[in-house]
Design a protein around this ligand. Sequence first.
Ligand code: SAM
Length: 287
Amino acid sequence: MSFKYFEDLWNLWYTELHNGTAGLSLKIKKVLYSGESKFQRIEVFDTYEYGKMLVLYGSIMFTERDEFVYHEMIAHVPLFVHPSPETVLVIGGGDGGTVREVLRHPEVKKVKMVEIDEQVVEISKKYFPQMSSGFSDKRLTFIFKDGAEFVKTDPGKYDVLIVDSADPVGPADVLFREEFFINTKKRLKENGIFIAQTESPFYHSDIVKNTYSILKGLYKNVFMYWAWIPAYPSAIWSFSFCSDSLHPLEDFKEERYRELSLETKYYNKGIHFGAFSLPNFAHKLIK
Ligand code: SAM
């Protein structure tokens, strides 16, 4: 007698724990890469349900199946609010998904991407060509450096600054500290917009509370917006929108949005407005 379960030769699973007692398990089709860079452990798995995915420091960074949600939401929300987003600084984001979306806006003239780990960029080029398609764009400059160190000394000023960081462990821990937020504000032009991914309001309430209390001390307008990302903890992910002068809804650039008519898979005008409507528990966290 044989059981179907044991006949499967490739019976390998990956589990990401979202807290100590719950998580997401995915059956692995193939391990495509497993190694360590100077900064973190890096894995590329091919999964049955979500396609290929990048795992850093043990956590899912993105999967082929749902990466569009995160990258469209982190890029298009600020770029359709800023009146003239010519210069953009991206901190982290070595997989290329964020710069791919940013570079779809013709107003953007220069993008700097400050990524600590060059190996993430190389792995993305090799395994995720659809993510790294913006890497050959002449408007993009790579800087391989710790983002927290970069913003301390960089003399540049930017219209939009996006923090596309990993979770606050290992090298990304510094990207959630007050000193980093203070220094990023110094890098913004007068009309600037600061955006950061701010984890799951459901599972990571302490990180969310702490981050928004720092940001509220720095900016006049601080808003949380959210997106549905199935492979991330709780499937609800938050982003912060911060600016001293721009409002994410009142300053939405309707005309530019219509003229550009971007073909997107998640983002649209309704989502832009709806994303800022928060469930009560999330409101409470950032009050
Ligand atoms: N979408 C992802 C998520 O929220 O799970 C994050 C994407 S992206 C892969 C995060 C990137 O931040 C990684 O490539 C990592 O190497 C980079 N990173 C981590 N710490 C950094 C630091 N201190 N300075 C610059 N980049 C950093």
